[in-house]
Write a protein that binds this ligand. Structure first.
Ligand SMILES: C[S@@+](CC[C@H](N)C(=O)[O-])C[C@H]1O[C@@H](n2cnc3c(N)ncnc32)[C@H](O)[C@@H]1O
Length: 190
């Protein structure tokens, strides 16, 4: 159950980049992605294209996928990034289309996490890498924030080891970096 069921991001889209500016730097995600890549990069649940914008010179092509049109329009109109409206549970891309996939602060918002994992794995090219940045709910001080977000937005958070297991089941090589004070990174190799 959540208080803002239908696209809660429509309210914050115009000011989203400003709001998260100080809290969500992209350095670590960039390092884990082992860029540059000759292939295409997908930013899934990429919202305003904040992360994709910072990575755009490190891949042949960068695409943001998001279901929120108000968020996506900030990427397409504000930053000139390619945007695709859609759900991560049903990715509108052919298999093995991307050599890199990134998800920042979005996995807990997804509706069906197993289906999302299967779809992300499907569109990742052999030899490719997927990096997920998520708040680390193994940290005691993250738990109350995760609970509140669950109540407000219906978000569902998983411990890093649990997320790693979702991809190991699909045959992935997975590494977890839990060294962040707030975030953990799940690094998935195909
Ligand atoms: C907190 S924002 C993060 C945006 C971006 N990754 C960033 O770090 O700036 C979460 C985004 O995930 C998107 N989202 C949530 N569930 C989704 C789904 N099932 N499919 C696609 N996008 C989704 C939301 O619309 C929102 O733009």
């Amino acid at each position: 159950m959540s208080l803002f069921k239908r696209d809660p991001f429509r309210f914050v889209a115009p000011v989203y980049d400003l709001l998260v500016r100080w809290f969500l730097p992209v350095q670590r995600v960039r390092e884990h992605l082992a860029l540059p890549t000759e292939g295409r990069l997908l930013d899934a649940g990429g919202g305003t294209g904040r992360v994709a914008g910072a990575l755009r010179t490190h891949a042949r092509d960068v695409v943001v996928l998001d279901y929120s049109m108000p968020m996506l329009s900030q990427a397409v109109h504000g930053k000139g990034i390619k945007g695709v409206q859609g759900e991560v549970e049903h990715l509108p891309f052919v298999s093995e289309a991307f050599t890199r996939v990134v998800i920042v602060d979005a996995f807990h918002h997804f509706r069906d996490h197993s289906l999302a994992a299967e779809e992300l794995w499907r569109v990742l090219a052999p030899g490719g890498r997927l990096v997920i940045e998520e708040p680390n709910v193994d940290r005691w001080y993250v738990k109350p924030l995760a609970w509140l977000e669950g109540v407000l937005f219906g978000s569902r958070f998983y411990a890093p080891a649990h997320m790693a297991e979702m991809f190991r089941r699909l045959g992935a090589n997975v590494r977890v970096d839990a060294s962040g004070r707030l975030n953990a990174w799940i690094i998935v190799d195909k």
